[in-house]
Design a protein around this ligand. Structure first.
Ligand SMILES: [Zn+2]
Length: 273
């Protein structure tokens, strides 16, 4: 055995907890193995290691934390609550066909911030500040379709994969073994992506595409998505631009791209009585 290996072994024997932690990560990574899968609607092949169940677990942990922190802000009755539940139910039903193992749930928080996000595994948070911009059910369906698409296309798992954080994520899921707070925070910054860290531009564009088809499948006129984005751009010229736009980098081509996907969305459109 080399001197280096002996040193490492001696170090580990003296520190059984660290040895267990390292073993857990190694086992976690070996057990995980990358699987390739196709994104819904866009049929792009992507490589992720975290299973649907593991993504749900990460998202649920984050969701529980958010609801604990913002308990006083939860809106659980009234017309805004009813609208969010009604639209989310229809979008969730469509998304569940692509991800039957996710557990969908939406919470409306009283916050004067124009934003919304969906955590891995299907837990959605909507801030009341976005409702004046979404304006009607179809506008809200545009936002929820987009957010839910990030979850069904596994965009967070994809980023965890890309940043080589799978082992840490697996260990957190397995029971939070000893990691540096920085690594822990790094994983949760990604999990909480919709709220704190922007997705990549191509993931944003993909979520626009999938979301447009989702809203149409859910019975909302996809042309309303264009009206929503125009209202959003108009709101961005106000003195407090919507946070939604900083998380969802927009460019001049967003509306053009949506227009190009409209024929596909029209074919998927199933108006509901
Ligand atoms: Zn997005």
């Amino acid at each position: 055995m080399s001197r280096g290996a002996k040193t490492v072994l001696g170090f580990l024997v003296a520190r059984p907890l660290i040895a267990i932690a390292i073993a857990a990560v190694v086992v976690g990574v070996l057990l995980l193995g990358t699987r390739s899968q196709k994104t819904p609607v866009t049929h792009r092949t992507e490589h992720v290691s975290l299973t649907d169940a593991q993504q749900s677990q990460l998202g649920s942990q984050q969701y529980a934390k958010t609801l604990r922190q913002d308990r006083a802000q939860i809106i659980s009755s009234g017309p805004q609550y009813a609208r969010v539940q009604r639209v989310a139910r229809r979008i969730e039903t469509v998304a569940a066909r692509d991800k039957p193992d996710f557990v969908w749930k939406v919470t409306l928080l009283r916050k004067n911030v124009a934003n919304a996000y969906c955590l891995p595994g299907g837990k959605i948070v909507v801030y009341s500040g976005i409702l004046p911009i979404t304006k009607n059910d179809a506008g809200l369906a545009t936002v929820l379709g987009h957010e839910v698409a990030h979850a069904t296309a596994e965009h967070v798992a994809e980023r965890i994969e890309r940043e080589h954080l799978t082992g840490i994520a697996a260990a957190i899921i397995a029971g939070g073994v000893a990691f540096t707070p920085a690594q822990y925070a790094q994983v949760f910054a990604l999990v909480d992506a919709g709220a704190s860290l922007p997705f990549s531009r191509s993931q944003e564009s993909e979520a626009d595409h999938i979301g447009l088809v989702y809203m149409a499948r859910a019975g909302y006129d996809p042309h309303q998505a264009l009206a929503f984005w125009k209202r959003m751009l108009r709101a961005s010229r106000g003195k407090e631009p919507p946070e939604f736009l900083s998380d969802h980098p927009s460019d001049a081509h967003r509306v053009e791209r949506i227009q190009a996907w409209l024929p596909e969305a029209e074919r998927a459109y199933r108006p509901q009585a």
